[in-house]
Design a protein around this ligand. Structure first.
Ligand code: LLP
Length: 490
């Protein structure tokens, strides 16, 4: 076996294309004596038989372990620096009642950003006081509902929203704790961060505008100012962006202390995870210690007390717990010129492996150019590895599932393929593109599997079109089936 010149530099030709790299698979992932992949003790073949494919599998123990780790990391670091930390699970990464219960068991609060997410969190039975409500354009009815149920905090994102919420609290005669989201001018992504005077994005108030907004909140009986909130991006690998942002936000935080209490500082989420072996994120405990230590230093420099802290991890809790199982449908070798511009042509083969899902169940490659890895799940193979591109079934050339991966050369239609690290921002970003029903999400634990988000049936989709008479369709299908049976056809 040899490396394919079409492969990106970071993709290493594996010694064993059946291997399950520990950084991207749930801890429970293993191959049984027949080479079949099992997650949470449940075999990929059995799962596919019971629930069909594509299928999103969520390893309960992995999610619980990561929630425990995040709780310990942030509360431990806070304690070492003389304060406390509240850890919110950012529900936008993946939300259903079951997951809310898992993270609540780990001591986490939950952050939601729409009425829908709020209702899921409430339905799970979490104390509303442990819910934080975000979003740059919450509607009046969303705010009313949040206040009425008594959410623990609302993160204000604009002056317009501040006045809207003030009117609601006045009408209801209640006091609502609030944060003010600020835009620190720091934007961080993976390895690097960018710091500008003003970041060009929609969230929060500038540091200059936030001061007057806090002064206004302090005038109002219905709003209780809890502190500043800042979220600098997602899939961040290092501490430096958080440090720069905290330093800027603490400048304002210190100034605000002159006119009243500022009990909490919320630094948001964004803690990165590995999607492929090329990613080397900082472990959560190290990240937490680095960020909290940076906040402590910045407070010491300004001679202000360490505030209580809050964090909002999403992806790092739920990402690595998710594995999507697909079935391979077709395989096609395409000859591509691997030569750089001006070089002599160098033909190379790119093998396209098509699976039965795609950008409708994982939009991240199409949306962000996100990279993933894959393994054959239904068996192992000792054939040499070949470079493949795993693609979906949608009518779009950007419908890529795994851009580049080495898989055994004998991969064939009917094989099950598993893609790890699909727990965050996949199911929640799924769509019905090309009238494809969304797959179920199944939790696995100790060999048991149960549906935690029901899959859609084609009927669910057809029922949205008022031009389709489902009753008549069902009847026609029944008639067609009995006619087929009469002709003795299968
Ligand atoms: N807090 C706030 C205010 C946020 O906006 C977000 C994510 C989080 C916390 C959680 O960030 P995390 O720890 O999950 O990185 N769909 C994109 C990511 C969008 C993130 C949106 N905000 C993706 O799939 O990469």
């Amino acid at each position: 076996m040899s490396a394919n010149p079409l492969a990106p530099e970071w993709l290493v030709l594996p010694a064993d294309a059946n291997g399950l790299a520990p950084e991207v698979w749930p801890r429970s992932a293993r191959r049984d004596e027949d080479g079949v992949l099992a997650v949470g003790g449940a075999s990929a073949i059995a799962l596919a038989e019971e629930f069909g494919t594509p299928l999103m599998v969520l390893d309960e123990a992995e999610v619980r372990r990561r929630a425990d780790e995040a709780f310990a990391a942030f509360t431990g670091a806070a304690q070492r620096h003389g304060t406390t930390a509240r850890v919110y699970y950012a529900g936008k990464a993946f939300l259903c009642t079951e997951v809310v219960r898992w993270v609540a068991d780990a001591g986490l609060a939950v952050d939601v950003c729409t009425r829908g997410e709020l209702e899921i969190a409430l339905a799970a039975g979490i104390d509303p006081g442990r819910i934080g409500f975000h979003g740059n354009n919450k509607s009046v009815s969303e705010l009313e509902r949040a206040v009425a149920v008594g959410v623990g905090s609302i993160v204000l994102d604009s002056r317009i929203e501040l006045e809207r919420l003030a009117a609601i609290t006045e009408r209801l005669g209640v006091v609502q704790p609030v944060f003010v989201r600020v835009n620190s001018g720091v934007h961080a992504e993976t390895h690097s961060f960018l710091a500008t005077a003003h970041e060009d994005q929609k969230f929060g108030l500038t540091l200059e505008d936030a001061g007057p907004a806090v002064a206004r909140i302090r005038e109002l009986d219905g709003l209780e100012f809890r502190g500043l909130h800042c979220h600098i991006g997602s899939q961040i690998f290092g501490v430096s962006g958080f440090r720069e942002s905290a330093s800027r936000v603490l400048e304002l935080h210190a100034a605000l202390l002159a006119d009243g209490p500022v009990p909490v500082l919320n630094l948001g989420g964004g803690f990165g995870i590995a999607y492929t072996s090329a990613d080397v994120p900082t472990p959560i405990a190290e990240l937490a210690e680095g960020i909290v230590a940076a906040v402590a230093e910045e407070c010491a420099v300004r001679g202000i007390p360490m505030p209580q802290l809050a964090f909002e991890p999403g992806r790092s809790i739920v990402g690595t717990g998710g594995v999507t199982i697909y079935e391979v449908g077709t395989i096609k070798d395409v000859v591509v010129d691997a030569a750089a511009d001006g070089e002599t042509p160098r033909p190379a083969v790119r093998r396209y492996v098509s699976v039965d899902g795609g950008m409708s169940d994982n939009a991240r490659p199409a949306l962000y150019g996100a990279q993933y890895s894959a393994r054959i799940a239904s068996r192992d193979s000792h054939e040499p590895a070949e470079l493949v591109r795993v693609v979906g079934k949608h009518c779009e050339s950007g419908d890529i599932v795994v851009d580049n991966e080495y898989l055994p050369a004998d991969i064939t239609p009917g094989d099950l393929l598993a893609v790890p690290v699909t727990g965050a921002y996949c199911a929640v970003l799924s769509s019905n593109y090309n009238a494809v029903p969304r797959p179920p999400v199944v939790a696995v634990q100790d060999g048991h599997a149960r549906v935690i988000v029901r899959g859609e049936r084609l009927e669910d989709l057809l029922a949205r079109d008022p031009g389709i008479d489902l009753g008549a369709q069902r009847e026609r299908h029944t008639t067609e089936r009995s006619a087929t049976a009469d002709r003795g056809e299968a």
